[in-house]
Design a protein around this ligand. Structure first.
Ligand code: BG6
Length: 467
C-alpha cells in the first residue's frame, strides 16, 4: 500500500550517485505508485538554483531512465525543490515549502549522499535546522575509514539521531539476487542440510568490475577497493551466505544473525591478502603519482564457528578487470571415492558448484557431473539454471536503491547495517589497515596481479567461467 506523503531531502543532489540512481529511482517509485506522493528537496554545495537543479535532474533521467515519458517527467519535475548551499536556513525554508504542499501525516527522509568526511557537518546542519525530530536518515557507506573513525562517527550521529532513525545503506543488500540467497537457503529443505563445513569446500565472492574511476578519483584515492567494496558490500553478502537461520524475516532476527557471523569472523591476516593497482592508475587525473591506493583486492577469510570452521571464503574485487561480474560461488566437496576411471572426465571441470549471480537477472545455477550420451561412460559438467528472464517476472525487478529508499521511508531496518556490525567489520580489518601488503601492478583488462593464484591454490578461481 502506498505510504503517506514523503519528503526526501537529498544531500549531494548534484553528485554522481544522485544522477545515476537516486533521482531515477525516486521517479520510478513515484510512477509505480510505491511512493506516489513524494517531494524531493535537493541540496549540495554546488551553485544551483531550482531551475538548474531541475535541468540537472532532467538530463539525469534522460540518460539513466530513458524509459520515462515526458509526461512522467513533468509530474516528477513539479515535485522538485532546491535548498541553496545546504545551510540550515535554506533547508528549513525549502522543507517547509515542500511539506506545506500537503496535509495530514507525512514522512521525512534525509538521504546523505555525501563523502564520510562531510557526513557529520550535514548531521549538525540538520540539528541546527530543527529537522531531526520525526525524520529518518539514510547514510551512505563507507561508515568511517577504520574502527576509531567509525566509532567516532557513530557516537556523533547518536548525539543527534536515535539509532532507530538511522539507515546505513549498503545497496548490495537491496539487490533482488542477494535477497534470493535468503529465499533459496531458508525457504527450501534441500540445501540447508549440506550448507556447512562437512559438505562445502570453500566459497568465492567475486565482484570484478570493468569500470575504472568514473570521475571519482578523489573519493577513490582516499577509499580504495577494500573500503569501497569489501568491508561493505562483500562482507554483507558473505553474512547472508553464512548466517544461521533467522527466527523471522524481521530486522531484529536478521541483524542478530548477521552480527553473529561478523563476530565469528577471524581478523583478516595481511598475509591472506593480495592488493593490486592497475597500470596507469597513478597517471589518472586527481590521483597522487605515488599513490599506494589499491584498485584491486583479493583475500581469504574465515568464519570461525561450528558451521564454517576451516572453510575458506575467497573474496575478490577490483577496477579495470577483464569482466564485470558479481557472483557468489559455493564449491562442494568432491565424492570421497570415485568408481569412474581416469580419463572418464571425472574431476576435470572442478567440483560441483552452486552459483548466485547478483546481477538484475538474479541467475542461479547448480553445476554437477552427468553422463554424456553415447557408448562407454564419459562424464561432463552439466548445469541447472534459473534466471528472472525465463520467468516473465523481469518487469517486477526493483532496483536496489529503490527498494532500500522505500524500506527506509517505512522505517524497516531489515536490509540495513547497524553501528555495531559496522564497527565489528572495522575491528577485524585493523591488522590489514595498519600493515597492508604492497600494491602489486596489474594490466588493465586482466584478472588482477599474478599472486591471486597462490592465494587460492590448490583451488582455482571460478571466473572466468569455462562455459
Ligand atoms: C559502489 C562502489 O558502492 O558499488 C563502486 O562505490 C562500485 O565503486 C559499485 O562500482 C558497484 O555496484 P553495482 O551495483 O554496480 O555492482
Amino acid at each position: 500500500t502506498p505510504g503517506p506523503p514523503t519528503t526526501v531531502v537529498l544531500f549531494g543532489a548534484t553528485g554522481d550517485l544522485s544522477r545515476r540512481k537516486l533521482l531515477p529511482g525516486l521517479l520510478h517509485l513515484q510512477r509505480s505508485g510505491l511512493l506516489p506522493d513524494v517531494r524531493v528537496v535537493g541540496t549540495s554545495l554546488e551553485e544551483h538554483t531550482r531551475e538548474t537543479f531541475v535541468e540537472f535532474a532532467h538530463a539525469a533521467i534522460k540518460q539513466f531512465a530513458p524509459d520515462v515519458t515526458e509526461r512522467e517527467w513533468d509530474d516528477f519535475a513539479t515535485c522538485l525543490y532546491w535548498a541553496p548551499g545546504s545551510t540550515a536556513d535554506s533547508l528549513r525554508a525549502a522543507v517547509a515549502d515542500a511539506e506545506s504542499a500537503c496535509t495530514g501525516p507525512q514522512r521525512r527522509l534525509h538521504y546523505l549522499s555525501v563523502p564520510p568526511k562531510a557526513a557529520m557537518a550535514v548531521i549538525h546542519t540538520l540539528r541546527d535546522a530543527d529537522l531531526v525530530e520525526g525524520s529518518r536518515v539514510i547514510m551512505e557507506k563507507p561508515f568511517g575509514t577504520d574502527l576509531a573513525s567509525a566509532k567516532e562517527l557513530n557516537s556523533a550521529v547518536h548525539e543527534v539521531f536515535d539509532e532507530s532513525q538511522v539507515f546505513r545503506i549498503d545497496h548490495f543488500l537491496g539487490k533482488e539476487a542477494a535477497l534470493n540467497i535468503l529465499a533459496f537457503r531458508f525457504a527450501n529443505g534441500l540445501f540447508e542440510p549440506v550448507w556447512n563445513r562437512n559438505m562445502i569446500d570453500h566459497v568465492q565472492i567475486d565482484v570484478p568490475e570493468q569500470l575504472g574511476l568514473e570521475q571519482r578519483a578523489s573519493f577513490y584515492e582516499s577509499t580504495g577497493a577494500y573500503r569501497d567494496m569489501v568491508v561493505t558490500h562483500l562482507f554483507q553478502v558473505l553474512a547472508f551466505t553464512a548466517m544461521e537461520a533467522p527466527t523471522a524475516l524481521d530486522p531484529q532476527s536478521i541483524t542478530e544473525e548477521k552480527f553473529k557471523v561478523f563476530r565469528s569472523m577471524l581478523p583478516i591476516h595481511p598475509e591472506d591478502v593480495v592488493r593490486g593497482q592497475y597500470l596507469g592508475y597513478r597517471e589518472e587525473a586527481g590521483v597522487d603519482p605515488e599513490s599506494e591506493t589499491e584498485t584491486f583486492i583479493a583475500l581469504r577469510c574465515f568464519v570461525d564457528n561450528w558451521r564454517w570452521a576451516g572453510v575458506p571464503f575467497y573474496l575478490r574485487t577490483g577496477k579495470k578487470l577483464a569482466q564485470g561480474q558479481r557472483i557468489i560461488s559455493v564449491a562442494f566437496k568432491e565424492p570421497p571415492k570415485s568408481m569412474f576411471p581416469e580419463g572418464s572426465g571425472i574431476g576435470q571441470h572442478g567440483p560441483d558448484h552452486l552459483t548466485f549471480d547478483l546481477a538484475d537477472q538474479a541467475r542461479m545455477s547448480l553445476s554437477f557431473y552427468g553422463k554424456r550420451p553415447g557408448p562407454g561412460f564419459r562424464l561432463d559438467k552439466l548445469s541447472m539454471q534459473f534466471s528472472v528472464e525465463d520467468t516473465g517476472w523481469a518487469g517486477s525487478v526493483l532496483e536496489a536503491y529503490e527498494r532500500l529508499i522505500l524500506e527506509a521511508t517505512k522505517g524497516n531496518h531489515t536490509l540495513f547495517t547497524t553501528a555495531e556490525g559496522v564497527e565489528r567489520l572495522w575491528e577485524i580489518s585493523t591488522a590489514l589497515l595498519e600493515d597492508p601488503p604492497p600494491v602489486r601492478p596489474y594490466e588493465p583488462g586482466s584478472w588482477g596481479p599474478n599472486q591471486i593464484h597462490q592465494l587460492i591454490a590448490p583451488r582455482g578461481w571460478r571466473l572466468p567461467f569455462e562455459r
